[in-house]
Structures are given as C-alpha cells and as structure tokens.
Design a protein. Sequence first.
Length: 203
Amino acid sequence: MQIDLEGRPRFPPAADTAITALRVETRKVPIPPHRMSPLKQHWPKIYPPLVEHLKLQVRMNVKARAVELRNSKATTDPGALQKGEDFVRAFSLGFDVDDAIALLRLDDLYIETFEIKDVKTLQGDHLGRAIGRIAGKDGKTKFAIENASRTRVVLADQKIHILGGFKNIHIAREAIVSLILGAPPGKVYGNLRTVASRMKERF
C-alpha cells in the first residue's frame, strides 16, 4: 500500500474476482439393502435424467451401497446437485422412477416422512392393523388417498413417505393420521372426496 500526496492510501488494483476454477462438489446418497436390486434394474432409467438433464457425473458404488453424484464444467444449474440428490433419495425411499423424476421437473415438490409412532404408540397386532387400514384391501385405501390428494405414498414398515406439493402432502397426511388413530376408512374416504372436489373448484 502506498500513500499519495494528499495523504490518502493508494491500493493496488483489485485482482479479477471472477471465479474461474469450478468448485467440484460430490454428494453420496446411501441406498438401503432392499433397494439395491431395484436400483440395478432401473439404472438405465435413473442415470439419463441426471446426466443429460442436470449435466451431473453419476456412478453407482455397489461396494459402498450408494449413488455418487458430482458436478462438472458442463453443469449449468447451481441447484442441480441438490435436485439430483433429492431424486435418488426419493427412489431409495421406495418411490417409482417416474414419480421421483417429477422432483427434477417441478420445483414445488417435497418429500415428507413420518413414523406411525409419531402419531400414536402402537405395538403388535394394533400396529399391523393400523398399517392395514392405511393400505386397504389390495392397496385401495392408499390409492384413494393418492388420487384425492394428488400425492404419492410409500408405506415402508412403520415409516410413511409422502411425495407431493406442500398443501397436497398436508391433505394426505391428515387422512393417514385419521386412519392410524382408528377412523373407519369410509369416513376418511368421505373427507377425501370433499377435499378433492374443493381442490377441483379451486383450479
């Protein structure tokens, strides 16, 4: 630093602050053992959206049971890595590839996870019956909740994962909570029909 004739400090010109070097970030998404076979089976459908759409580098690490994602010079979207991670995580939780791909295409989709014990502590047969009430015969109740609330629901033992928009998740969660608390499916269907018709009026 130099001082000019008027006593003011003179600083050397600032270096070019444009960041030329790319900051390479890596994300590792662990895959549960029961989802490894579906991952291998659906891999030809999983990696193209990540590589072609998000321009990420991807590899399946079978030894570590994980999918590794990395950005590159070709990656243009700053949120690509997060979107890719959300997509792979959705698949690892049990959602179909097509449903998980929606997370890449739409910005206002989320996944909410909660456990049956968060709502009510149930054990043994009571727990089994609660899961049965949510699924319904041949999965009919689950499909009814999905269709009315425009969400996707995955029942993974005691965990429930819901994929959808914020308000839609709220509707699906309310229906599932009612079933866990012992509400008869008929009553829950009725409430869902009312909510679904209200949603149609709104759009």
